[in-house]
Write a protein that binds this ligand. Structure first.
Ligand code: SIN
Ligand code: CO
Length: 400
């Protein structure tokens, strides 16, 4: 069972959590996901780690000199057969993209904006297994799903951040444990970015890390600049001004030349209207990683069959690899936009309610969609998404 709601401890609710805890301090949420069980076993996780499109690591902790060793997937059976009995961890990234029943947990984090959610990493550790003391640059909810893990953290301001040199892993050279807990199934530990932590398996255990996404300004700027150049720069090139002066010194770069070029570049980079900028951002934020692909149903379904399925099931469960965001129109003359794995679809203003229903995790609910299904363009958009693989066909759903 994968809960789709967090159980907040007495006195705490999403509003208070965001106001007082979020990005401020770590918090242990005992039993917040009580009853959680993993839809995938350790063996199935190992199977995923053997798939070429899946990002996986094994961290082994052996010896005194160089205790942490990492190897990267895809693995084969022999790699698992060679592992020692204890002190290793298998970590698989983006399991939500590959296993829709794991992605269902993201619904429990709907008190956060969807665009900030990145992935669910699943780790399986044998007794004593750990990835060493480290810090992450993102917020994370560490969900204990099976077995027990001891977490030690250092939540002092400005903790030491020097790393052990010459390792493939980012392990802190010095780590002081300030708080120490053992988590059991259903316990959740929230950590803001930059808090040193160290989780050690107490017996075999499975942990899911719900990781947040915080795009780096450099990455955003690089993508936006390329987009602006592609869409706003004209094909022309430098032309001399009508009144050319004789140069005092032929090799001198004249001040008016630098000014003209600067102005032209500024116009390209800042010339986008709101629509263009918003379309770029939604597309950028829903663009999947290269190894994440949707599987469109083959052959495509006609609209009436998609609607019949929605009616029969009462919902259309989302595929884990589907990333949907929407942006309501800003004003009159503007459109409501839906972004779907890097594609942009537009509906006339006034359809934000339908787009919100489409984007809801873990499934599009019939009750939420029904008021819109008399509109041909809504049916068409739903059918387009279905035939791009955003929703599970019954075949896939029963195997997930
Ligand atoms: C783990 O699941 O073993 C490591 C997660 C983390 O420390 O970020
Ligand atoms: Co970490």
């Amino acid at each position: 069972m994968v809960p789709v709601r967090l159980r907040w401890p007495p006195g705490l609710n999403p509003r208070r959590f965001l106001a007082e805890v979020w990005q401020r301090r770590p918090m242990l949420l005992r039993g917040a996901l009580a009853g959680i069980t993993s839809p995938i076993t350790a063996d199935e996780l190992a199977g995923l780690a053997c798939e070429p499109e899946v990002e996986a690591r094994i961290v082994c902790e052996q010896g005194v000199e160089r205790p942490w060793q990492v190897s990267h997937g895809p693995f084969d059976e022999a790699a698992f057969a060679q592992l020692p009995a204890t002190h290793w961890t298998l970590l698989v990234q983006d399991v939500d993209k590959h296993v829709p029943t794991v992605a269902a947990l993201l619904a429990a984090f709907d008190f956060l904006p969807e665009w900030r959610l990145d992935d669910i990493m699943v780790s399986w550790a044998e007794d004593g297994g750990s990835v060493g003391p480290h810090l992450d640059e993102y917020d994370v909810f560490l969900v204990q799903v099976q077995g027990r893990r001891r977490w030690r953290i250092d939540s002092r301001p400005d903790p030491p951040s020097a790393l052990v040199p010459d390792l493939d892993l980012r392990i802190l050279e010095r780590f002081e444990s300030e708080q120490d807990w053992v988590l059991g199934p259903g316990d959740v530990l929230y950590l803001p970015p930059g808090v040193p932590h160290w989780g050690t398996a107490e017996g075999p255990c499975m942990t899911w890390s719900v990781g947040l996404r915080a795009p780096a300004w450099r990455e955003l700027a690089a993508d936006w600049l390329q987009h602006a150049v592609d869409t706003l720069a004209d094909d022309g090139r430098w032309r001399d001004p009508p009144e050319m002066h004789l140069p005092a010194e032929p090799a001198e770069l004249p001040a008016d030349v630098t000014a003209i070029i600067r102005e032209r570049i500024k116009a390209i980079l800042t010339g986008a209207d709101d629509q263009l900028f918003r379309r770029w951002l939604g597309t950028y934020l829903t663009e999947p990683k290269p190894n994440v692909v949707l599987l469109p149903p083959e052959p495509p379904w006609p609209a009436r069959e998609v609607l019949a399925l929605l009616l029969a099931q009462g919902c259309l469960p989302r595929d884990g690899a589907s990333r949907l965001l929407f942006l309501p129109a800003l004003g009159s003359g503007d459109e409501d936009l839906l972004f779907a794995n890097g594609d942009c679809h537009a509906l006339p203003a006034g359809h934000a309610g339908f787009l919100a229903a489409l984007c809801r995790r873990p499934a599009l609910e019939m009750a939420a969609a029904a008021p819109w299904l008399h509109e041909p363009r809504c049916i068409q958009l739903l059918t387009t998404l279905f035939n791009s693989g955003h929703f599970l066909t019954p075949d896939v759903a029963s195997h997930a």
